[in-house]
Design a protein around this ligand. Structure first.
Ligand SMILES: Nc1ncnc2c1ncn2[C@@H]1O[C@H](COP(=O)(O)OP(=O)(O)OP(=O)(O)O)[C@@H](O)[C@H]1O
Ligand SMILES: [Mg+2]
Length: 438
């Protein structure tokens, strides 16, 4: 795109862009008006008035030239100077140079006009405030004439410009205040959706312009639908788990009656596995629904889980993590996700190292082990519920149901994050990163 480069110079926020859209036309208008005004009006008016002065000067020159002598000319001045408002002196000394300020635009315009209209004018001096001095060549020598500068320039021409700038600033200020009010509802909507993406529900009421309010209501509808779905899922999970428990207990009881039978013993083990699975389900559903987001010290939470494993004799260590990382999360759910990850490491590998890295956007808890890892092409499968990878890997490793990674992934997503599976460079096994948005 041709304008791609310009993008990096433009403000990114809606507020900045809107302010720009507002200010650029105002500034452009002021610039154009100022230029046109200075050129046309300011200089044009000066030119016209200068032409009148030139006529008067021509008349004075004619009188001087018609007079018989310098004294006669001076005698005429007594009558002329007063009504024409000139100060005249004859003879006078011709200065060597003109004195006109380089920024004196109207002065330059005036001198140019006078020179064109009245060639007898030889020198000009505008250096004295409000006075214009002209030296004129006459038949009786050099005549100096002085008149009021106000006769040739528009009075207070800058007033319009000053007024324009101040009115422009004032209007811009008012629009910026209004703009801010218009943008507030958009920002609030953004904040509410961002929080919801991280699994937090903040209070939000649609407000502002019709379009913003429509987006807000759509967001609220979406939020309540998702909440309802989660609630339904939780209820279904716990309902099914709960209802299955009763027949399972009966089954277990029945099988335990058949003492000594080898088949029955295997079946009993299966039933116990199923019971554990149901417990998992039930616990997950319950944790999920009871757990409210809270601000906790993330490293302390991770340390708690690690210490629980270490206490039971597993080789699990917390290798890095800054203290006092306040993060808002669902503590029970996150502990559960970590337990699943560390549990896997303990089950499928020998040693496990945990580290906590936090940035201002995310919290990353890495669980690394020295086991066989999970091949790249099986990683996305491993995250699915009830998926257990090749049997060889799992031999004699206790019987899981294939829910651990799925649950951890789910919890990460409900915190606006992900569960990433990678190769552990340090230990050679699996590196499971639980990433949570802050
Ligand atoms: N740290 C690991 N090293 C090697 N393989 C792993 C590791 N973690 C998980 N896996 C593989 O991924 C599969 C899925 O793991 P997941 O935790 O979801 O289920 P599970 O451990 O088999 O059962 P559950 O956790 O429900 O008791 C496991 O069966 C195992 O093959
Ligand atoms: Mg597991």
């Amino acid at each position: 795109m041709a304008f791609q480069w310009a993008k990096s110079y433009l403000p990114g926020s809606l507020y900045g862009r809107a302010a720009l859209i507002l200010l650029v036309p105002i500034l452009a208008l002021q610039l154009v008006v100022s230029i046109v005004f200075i050129q046309r009006h300011y200089e044009g008016v000066t030119e016209q008035m200068s032409r009148n002065v030139a006529l008067e000067l021509r008349y004075i020159l004619q009188i001087v030239n018609a007079a018989g002598s310098v004294d006669a000319a001076n005698a005429e001045f007594a009558q002329l100077a007063e009504p024409l408002a000139f100060e005249l002196a004859l003879p006078a000394e011709l200065p060597a140079l003109d004195r006109i300020g380089s920024l004196d635009l109207s002065g330059r315009a005036m001198v140019e006009t006078l020179r064109a209209e009245f060639p007898a004018a030889r020198r000009f001096d505008l250096s004295i405030n409000r006075q214009v001095w002209v030296w004129i060549e006459t038949d009786h020598g050099i005549l100096s004439a002085m008149f009021d500068r106000r006769r040739v320039s528009a009075s207070n021409p800058h007033q319009l410009l000053v007024l324009m700038v101040f009115v422009g600033l004032f209007l811009a200020l008012i629009s910026i205040v209004f703009l801010r009010n218009q943008l507030r509802p958009i920002r609030r909507l953004a904040r509410a959706s961002e929080a919801f993406g991280k699994g937090r529900v903040v209070e939000y009421r649609p407000a502002g312009a019709i379009e913003v309010r429509a987006a807000g209501s759509a967001f609220l509808d979406m939020r309540s639908r998702i909440e309802r779905q989660i609630e339904q899922r939780t209820m279904m999970l716990s309902g099914v788990s709960h209802d299955l428990r009763t027949p399972l207990t009966r089954l277990k009881l029945g099988l335990s009656m058949a003492d000594g039978d080898e088949d029955a013993e295997a079946l009993l083990k299966d039933v116990e596995d199923m019971e554990r699975l149901l417990d998992e389900f039930l616990a997950f559903a319950r944790d999920d629904s009871l757990d409210d987001p809270a601000e906790v010290d993330a490293t302390a939470l991770v340390r708690g889980v690690v210490e629980k494993f270490a206490a039971s004799g597993a080789s699990v260590r917390l290798v890095s993590g800054q203290d006092n990382q306040r993060v808002t999360l669902r503590p029970v759910a996150v502990s559960r996700a970590l337990e699943n990850l560390i549990g896997n490491a303990v089950r499928y590998a020998g040693m496990c190292e945990v580290s906590v890295i936090s940035s201002d956007r995310a919290l990353r808890v890495s669980v690394e082990d020295d086991g066989p890892g999970i091949p790249q092409d099986q990683r996305s499968d491993a995250l699915k519920p009830f998926v257990r990878l090749d049997a060889a890997r799992n031999q004699n490793r206790g019987s899981g149901v294939g829910l651990g990674l799925a649950i951890a992934h789910d919890i990460a997503r409900r915190h606006g994050g992900v569960l990433e599976l990678q190769d552990s460079e340090r230990l050679g096994g699996l590196k499971a990163d639980l990433v949570l948005a802050r």
